[in-house]
Each structure stands twice: as structure tokens, then as C-alpha cells.
Design a protein around this ligand. Structure first.
Ligand code: HEC
Length: 393
């Protein structure tokens, strides 16, 4: 084991020992896996942070080892830690997502496509975030001692690292610093917009705090030269937050109340959206997805779970933080598997199919690879009422 990894494991165990005890749902095995994920992620982000480090022979070998470790951790998580009928099914969807992303990075690395592997490595924190920032469940850390070294780490990467490792206050501050940076708003709108989106995810899903969401939106609106389309979205988000502030403080916990609340938020979000990828309804979509996560977590065996998975797919398809993720398809797939041969499964299948076909469509037309066609056929037969003739692609 290299020194850095050893040191970080040591520091993590010491720091975590002082934190409040985890929620009862957290098993010792989960905590151990998470601590290993934390230290490996920390090490790999450091090793791949700048050209000199990433390209040196030593760290190249280490990155290979680190990817191998991540891959086996993600694999165990998917197959053991978060499986079982009574477990919250979103955990298995999201651990599968991490598994896919890590394996894509590892395959690219082994095939010598190091720059591509590096891009995928830098995207890994967003898969940790996708799982941790579903709602307000779980421990928050105020300051873990190990962090990627400064050299070559961009502010947005640092902020994401904090969010990925549940250091939400630190993450929030780091995202706000980017949002308040005029340089970022004027010259790097992609990163700037991403910082707003991630900041809002923490404020709305994790902290459920409309005042914090308002602070983020107000800070962004202070950037008068930012792109008009983002300012338009921000103006609408501000209205949604103001409405939220007027609502009586609700703490819906029963399955029925959460189901009703989720439905209300989704229909309001639909009402605001003028075209499928319009972001006007994002604040409401974030609130809705957090509500449906609460429902799934509180009642993992409820009859509403399949519909809640469909809604997660819908919310994620619109929110899609990086614009190319396919997490929504994993939700549609989980929905089909939860209630095969049902109307909801068919709805999930249609959305899965549309998103897949669009994904393989470019200026030269549509070219769906054979194995993907096979997968569509397979999901179709699980969705339709029994006895319906097979679809032809
Ligand atoms: C499938 C969902 C999922 C994914 C993906 C995931 N985690 Fe976690 N993580 C959890 C759960 C569940 C907990 C326990 C939360 C709680 O306290 O209830 C947790 C807790 C943690 C903790 C706190 C451990 C402790 O001592 O309590 C750390 C650190 C952590 N995760 C790091 C990571 C990192 C880094 C990644 C990405 C490489 C990651 N996790 C990906 C679900 C996930």
C-alpha cells in the first residue's frame, strides 16, 4: 500500500471516529467500503491532477492500481452491499452507475487511452454525489483532513470532491466562490452553470433549505454579464423559491403524504416547462426528486416505488447535470424490472427507448449497435402485457 493511501486511511478513520454515529440504516460494511472509496478517490484525484504527475511513471502505475481498487469496491457495492428486495432500490441503481463509470475509466486506461481515462476519472465524484445527495439522509462531515493537493486541481473539482465526500458546508462555500467569480461567469459559463446546479442540489435536496437556495440564485443574478439564457432560468428559479418560502413548513413522512407531495411538485414543474429540455422547472424537479427519494427510502416495498423510479428518471433526464449522463435510463430500467408487464413499465420503456434512440442519432442518421437493439428487445418484452408480439428494430 502506498504511503499516501495509508496516511489517508489512517486520517479518515481518526476523523470519522469523532463524527456523530451514522444512521441505523448504515451498516459497518457500508461505512468501511465508503471509507476505502474516499481514500482511493482522494489519492486518484491527486495522482491525475496535473500533467506532470499524471504522466510520470510512478503515478501512472499507481493510477492503474487505484482504478483496480475502485473497480472492485464498486463491484462489491453493486452485488452485495446494496442488493436485496427490501433495500432501497435506488441504491442498487446508483451503485451500478458508479460501477459502470469506474469500469469505463479502467478500460480506457488499460487500452492506453489515458487522456480519455483522465476525463472519466475527473467525472467520478459526480457519481458519488448522485448517490449521497439524493435527500437529507446520512452523516455530514464538516472537515475531513485529507483532500486532493492543490497543485493542478481546479476550484470546481475541489468543490465536487467536497460534495462527493459529504463535506457539504465546505462544498457549498466552494460552489458559491465560483458563482461569485465574475471571471467564471463571463468566461467559463459551462463551469459557472454547473456550480449553480450543484450548489442548488445541495441546498434543495440535502439541506432542504429555501433560504440557502435563494442565496445561491441571488449571488448568480448579481452577475449582470452572464449568459441571458442562464439569467432567464435564474429568474424563474427565484420565483419558485419565493413560492417555496411561502409554503407552510411541511415535514411529510408518511408514504401517502410523500406520494401526494411528489405528484404536486412534478405537475407544477411540468406546467413551467415550455419544451422538453427547458430548465425553468429545475427547482421543482429537484424538490420532487428529493421527495420521491424520501418515499422510496421510507417505504422501499411500497406499491408506489415503481412510479417513484419513473419519476426519478423523468427528473434526472431534465436535470442531467453534465448533459450526457444516462442515469435516467438506469432508473427507467429499474422501474421496468420492479413491475414488469404493467402500464408503468410500458411508460418507462417508451422513455428508455426514446432516450436510447436519440443517443445514437447524429447528423448521419440513427445507428443503434446490435447489442443495444438486443437490450431494447429484452426490456420491451419485460414491459408489454404478456403475449404481445415482439417489437422489430
Ligand atoms: C449507491 C450509493 C452510493 C454511492 C455511489 C457512493 N456512496 Fe458513499 N455512502 C453511501 C451511503 C448509503 C452512506 C452512508 C450514509 C449514512 O450515513 O447514512 C455513504 C457514506 C459515505 C461516507 C461516510 C462514511 C462514514 O464513515 O460514515 C463517505 C466518506 C463516502 N460515502 C464516500 C463515497 C465516495 C468517495 C464515493 C464515490 C467514489 C461514494 N461514497 C459513492 C452510498 C453511496
Amino acid at each position: 500500500m502506498n504511503k499516501l493511501l495509508f496516511l489517508s486511511i489512517f486520517l479518515v478513520s481518526t476523523a470519522m471516529a469523532q463524527e456523530p454515529s451514522p444512521t441505523p440504516a448504515t451498516t459497518a460494511a457500508t461505512t468501511a467500503t465508503m471509507q476505502k472509496l474516499y481514500s482511493t478517490l482522494s489519492a486518484i484525484l491527486t495522482d491525475s491532477s496535473c500533467d506532470e504527475r499524471f504522466c510520470s511513471k510512478d503515478s501512472h502505475d499507481r493510477v492503474g492500481e487505484e482504478l483496480k481498487t475502485l473497480s472492485s469496491l464498486a463491484h462489491t457495492m453493486k452485488d452485495k452491499t446494496f442488493s436485496g428486495d427490501k433495500t432501497d432500490p435506488t441504491l442498487s441503481v446508483l451503485s451500478g452507475y458508479l460501477n459502470d463509470e469506474v469500469n469505463a475509466a479502467y478500460s480506457a486506461f488499460k487500452a492506453g487511452k489515458t487522456e480519455y481515462a483522465r476525463t472519466l476519472i475527473h467525472g467520478l465524484p459526480s457519481t458519488c454525489i448522485a448517490c449521497h445527495s439524493r435527500n437529507d439522509n446520512g452523516t455530514q462531515f464538516t472537515a475531513l483532513p485529507m483532500e486532493p493537493t492543490d497543485a493542478g486541481i481546479k476550484p470546481i473539482e475541489k468543490a465536487e470532491f467536497y460534495a462527493a465526500t459529504r463535506q457539504y458546508d465546505r462544498a457549498e462555500k466552494a460552489f458559491l466562490d465560483i458563482i461569485k467569480s465574475e471571471d467564471s461567469a463571463n468566461n467559463d459559463p459551462y463551469t459557472w452553470e454547473h456550480a449553480i446546479q450543484q450548489g442548488l442540489t445541495i441546498a434543495i435536496r440535502v439541506k432542504k433549505d429555501p433560504n440557502l437556495a435563494k442565496k445561491i440564485v441571488d449571488s448568480a443574478l448579481d452577475q449582470k454579464k452572464a449568459a441571458i439564457y442562464v439569467r432567464d432560468d435564474l429568474t424563474q428559479w427565484k420565483k419558485s423559491i419565493q413560492e417555496w418560502l411561502k409554503e407552510p413548513k411541511r415535514s411529510a413522512v408518511s408514504e401517502k403524504a410523500l406520494y401526494k407531495e411528489g405528484g404536486r411538485l412534478i405537475s407544477e414543474a411540468h406546467r413551467l416547462q415550455k419544451y422538453p429540455m427547458d430548465h425553468s422547472g429545475d427547482v421543482l424537479y429537484l424538490r420532487a426528486s428529493s421527495t420521491y427519494y424520501d418515499l422510496i427510502q421510507n417505504a422501499p416495498t411500497s406499491d408506489h416505488v415503481s412510479e417513484a423510479l419513473l419519476m426519478q428518471g423523468i427528473c434526472n433526464e431534465v436535470l442531467n447535470p453534465r448533459g450526457f449522463e444516462d442515469l435516467h435510463r438506469l432508473y427507467y430500467e429499474a422501474c421496468i424490472k420492479k413491475t414488469p408487464h404493467s402500464l408503468i413499465a410500458m411508460d418507462c420503456y417508451r422513455r428508455y427507448e426514446r432516450s436510447t434512440v436519440q443517443g445514437y442519432t447524429g447528423s448521419a442518421g440513427t445507428a443503434v449497435p446490435e447489442e443495444v437493439k438486443q437490450k431494447l428487445l429484452d426490456l420491451f418484452s419485460q414491459s408489454v402485457a404478456k403475449g404481445t408480439p415482439a417489437q422489430v428494430y
